[in-house]
Design a binder for this molecule. Structure first.
Ligand code: FE
Length: 385
C-alpha cells in the first residue's frame, strides 16, 4: 500500500468511525463521546506513526466495550409478558441492554417519587392517561421532543408538553347480555342513567382510574353539573355495590347479577381468547356495544410512557421509546394485550377486527388528568363506592 492509498484508507476509516460513534453516542452519550475523542486521537497518532493496525484494534475494542456498556432501565406497570419480548428485540437490534423492573402502577409511581433524582429508572411505562398525568404532576418525568414521536403518535394521545406518550389504545365499552338486552336499546354512557336500567348495571369501583378517566372525559364533554346529575342516576342503577375488576363485571353479568357491564375492551379480548373455558363461555354471553357513536365517540384511554427526570441513559431511553412506536412493535404490543395500536396504519388483531371499526372520542387525553380530582369528587357525591 503506498502512502496515498493508506491516506485514503485512514480518511475512510475516520469517516466510518465518525458515523459509528455518532450512532453509539446516541445511545450512550458520555462514554461514547469520550471513546470517540480517544479514537480520533489514536488515528491521528497512527497516521503520523503508521500504526494503522494498532489504531484499528483499539477502535474495535472500544467500540465493543462501549456497546456492552450501553443500557436503559425500565420501570413498567405492564406485566413482563406484555413488554419483555419487545425489549429483547430492541437489545438485539441496538446492542443496548434493557433492565426491566415490573410492578403495580401506583406502587411504581410511589417508588419513582421516593427515589427522586437517585432513581435508576430511565423510562416509566404505565397505563391510563390519568396515571401518566400523576407522574408528570409528581415531577418524576421530563419532557422530550423528537420528530419520530411527534410524527407517529396522534396529538391527542401524547402530553401537550411532551412529558408522556401513548403506546396503545383501549376503549371503555358497554357489554350486554345478548339474551336480555337488544343493542338497539343502547346508545351512550349518558343513557345508562335512564331508569330502565335500574338494578341492571355492573361496573367497578370509583377508586379505579379507568372509571375516574371515563367521568373526567364526560366532564370535558358536558361540564360538571350535567356529569353530576348523570352520575347520581347512573349509580342508582347499579345492580350491586361495585367490587372486583373489569373481568368480574362480565362474569357477574354472565351469571345473572346484571345485564350490562362497563369494561375495557382488552379484558373481553383476554376472556374470549384465554385458556379458561368457563371465562370463554361467560364472555360468549355478552355482546360489545360502542357507545356515543352518534356524538363524541367511545371513551378511549392509553397505555403510555415517559422519560424519567432522573434518567442517566436519556438518549437510549428515547431510542427505546421510538422503537416501541415503530410499525412492527406497535402491531405486537397492541395485539398481545388485545389493544389498539396508537400508530395509524398498523394492522389490528383478529379479535379487534371482529369488533369492527368505531368512532373514538378525540379529546386530548391530558384532560383526563386535569379533570381527575373533579371526577373523583363527583363520583363520591353520587355515592359511587
Ligand atoms: Fe387494566
Amino acid at each position: 500500500m503506498n502512502s496515498k492509498e493508506s491516506g485514503a484508507w485512514i480518511k475512510y476509516f475516520k469517516l466510518k468511525s465518525v458515523s459509528f460513534f455518532l450512532d453509539i453516542a446516541r445511545s450512550q452519550d458520555y462514554i461514547a463521546d469520550r471513546a470517540f475523542n480517544f479514537i480520533v486521537f489514536m488515528l491521528e497518532k497512527t497516521m503520523m506513526k503508521s500504526y494503522l493496525k494498532a489504531g484499528l484494534f483499539v477502535a474495535l475494542l472500544l467500540l465493543m466495550t462501549n456497546a456492552m456498556a450501553a443500557s436503559v432501565n425500565v420501570y413498567s406497570a405492564r406485566k413482563e409478558a406484555l413488554i419483555k419480548p419487545l425489549l429483547d428485540q430492541f437489545t438485539e437490534q441496538t446492542g443496548i441492554d434493557v433492565k426491566l423492573v415490573t410492578g403495580k402502577a401506583d406502587a411504581l409511581l410511589q417508588r419513582l417519587k421516593s427515589e427522586g433524582m437517585n432513581s435508576p429508572a430511565d423510562l416509566f411505562i404505565t397505563t391510563d392517561a390519568g396515571r401518566l398525568h400523576r407522574a408528570k404532576a409528581a415531577d418524576v418525568l421530563q419532557p422530550v421532543s423528537t420528530d419520530v414521536l411527534t410524527a407517529v403518535i396522534p396529538e391527542n394521545y401524547r402530553d401537550p408538553e411532551n412529558y408522556w406518550f401513548g403506546l396503545s389504545i383501549r376503549a371503555r365499552v358497554i357489554t350486554y347480555i345478548k339474551d336480555k338486552v337488544e343493542p338497539k336499546q343502547l346508545s351512550s354512557y349518558e343513557a345508562l342513567a335512564d331508569p330502565r336500567w335500574k338494578g341492571r348495571i355492573c361496573i367497578r369501583s370509583s377508586e379505579n382510574i379507568y372509571n375516574q378517566s371515563l367521568v373526567a372525559a364526560m366532564i370535558a364533554a358536558q361540564g360538571e353539573d350535567k356529569t353530576q346529575a348523570w352520575a347520581n342516576n347512573f349509580v342508582s342503577n347499579f345492580a350491586r355495590p361495585p367490587k372486583g375488576g373489569d373481568r368480574d363485571q362480565v362474569k357477574a353479568a354472565a351469571v345473572g347479577v346484571c345485564d350490562i357491564a362497563v369494561v375495557n375492551t382488552y379484558y373481553l379480548g383476554k376472556m374470549i381468547n384465554g385458556k379458561d373455558a368457563v371465562q370463554r363461555d361467560m364472555a360468549g354471553k355478552v355482546g360489545l356495544f360502542w357507545p356515543n357513536q352518534g356524538d363524541r365517540g367511545v371513551h378511549v384511554n392509553i397505555s403510555g410512557a415517559g422519560i424519567t427526570k432522573s434518567a442517566q441513559n436519556r438518549t437510549a431511553a428515547i431510542l427505546l421509546l421510538e422503537f416501541l412506536v415503530n410499525a412492527r412493535s406497535q402491531h405486537w404490543y397492541a395485539s398481545v394485550n388485545y389493544e389498539y395500536p396508537v400508530r395509524e396504519g398498523v394492522d389490528w388483531s383478529d379479535t379487534l377486527n371482529g369488533w369492527g371499526k368505531f368512532k373514538a372520542d378525540a379529546l386530548n387525553l391530558s384532560l383526563l388528568g386535569q379533570n381527575n380530582a373533579t371526577a373523583v369528587r363527583i363520583m363520591d357525591k353520587a355515592g359511587w363506592k
